[in-house]
Write a protein that binds this ligand. Structure first.
Ligand code: SF4
Ligand code: SF4
Length: 81
C-alpha cells in the first residue's frame, strides 16, 4: 500500500531526500507522494523512511492503493531495474 501525505504537512522538506524511490515531491502547498513510486520502502528499508523523519506525522496509508508485500517488492525491482 502506497503512502500519502495529508493536509497537516508543513512543507518542511525533511521527507523528500530520504525516499529511496524518489517518490516525494513538492506540490502546490503540500508535499506529494507518487503512489506509482512508493513501495512503503519495501526493497530498501525495514520501515517507511519518510514517516520516521516527518515532524508533522502527516504521512498515512493511501487506501486507494492496496498492495501486498510481494507486489511492493516487485514494484521496487521494476523501479530500480
Ligand atoms: Fe518513499 Fe518509502 Fe515514503 Fe514510500 S514510504 S514515499 S518509498 S520514503
Ligand atoms: Fe510534509 Fe512531513 Fe514531508 Fe515535512 S516531512 S514535507 S511535514 S510530509
Amino acid at each position: 500500500m502506497a503512502l500519502m501525505i495529508n493536509e497537516d504537512c508543513t512543507a518542511c522538506d525533511a521527507c523528500r531526500p530520504v525516499c529511496p524511490n524518489e517518490a516525494i515531491s513538492a506540490g502546490e502547498s503540500l508535499f506529494v507522494i507518487d503512489a506509482l513510486r512508493c513501495t512503503e520502502c519495501v526493497g530498501a528499508n525495514d520501515e517507511p523512511q519518510c514517516k520516521l523523519v516527518c515532524p508533522a506525522q502527516c504521512i498515512v496509508a493511501n487506501p486507494d492503493w492496496p498492495e501486498t508485500r510481494e507486489e511492493l517488492e516487485e514494484k521496487y525491482q521494476q523501479l530500480h531495474s
